[in-house]
Design a protein around this ligand. Sequence first.
Ligand SMILES: [Fe+2]
Length: 219
Amino acid sequence: MPVNTPRWSRRHAVVGLGVAGAAGLLAGPARAAARVLTPRQTEGPFYPARLPVDSDADLVQVAGRPGRARGTVAYVTGKVVDPAGRPIGGARVEIWQCDASGVYHHPGDRRGPADPNFQGYGRAVAAADGSYRFRTIRPVPYPGRTPHIHFKISGPGFEGLTTQMYVAGEPGNRGDFVLNSIRDPIVRRSVIVPLVSADDLEPGALRCAFTIVVGRNAG
Ligand SMILES: [Fe+2]
């Protein structure tokens, strides 16, 4: 799916962001100020051609396999909310990403084979408070792309969204053409999250929080 630029522009015009919206975003979930709608990003060529049998929210462990995915474990958490910050419980959240060597579980990725102990794709349903959580690996760069995780959000009552999440401080962020297709720096920043230690959850693991803001459907 191509980047939907006109749609993207309209979404942001409707929300009427600017400084007030950015302040709301940065102030955290307690603020009721209108938030930056999470920008649309290309789906890219590697959404699974066939969903894996094990499609749960733990991508590090594939059911029936004794091994664990290569790479650094990362807990990717967050909330799905509307522009007013109200949670969207029941939203379906899908993620997919390459393995620790930069290879996707996809027949179109000729760099393979991908790590058989990495699920590559997972899905979760947001809880009543909008929260979701995945156990996956820290995303890594591959030729032409800075580290990222693909997201697809869907469900009734709100606009579906395909986007990508990025890691703060990655040197490749500056030159990544997909990330930098988001022209507004405030909107661009909304898809870049810091990864910090999650030793309390699992030794050596990392965590991040990615808030996903989607528009409600009219009516
Ligand atoms: Fe990708």
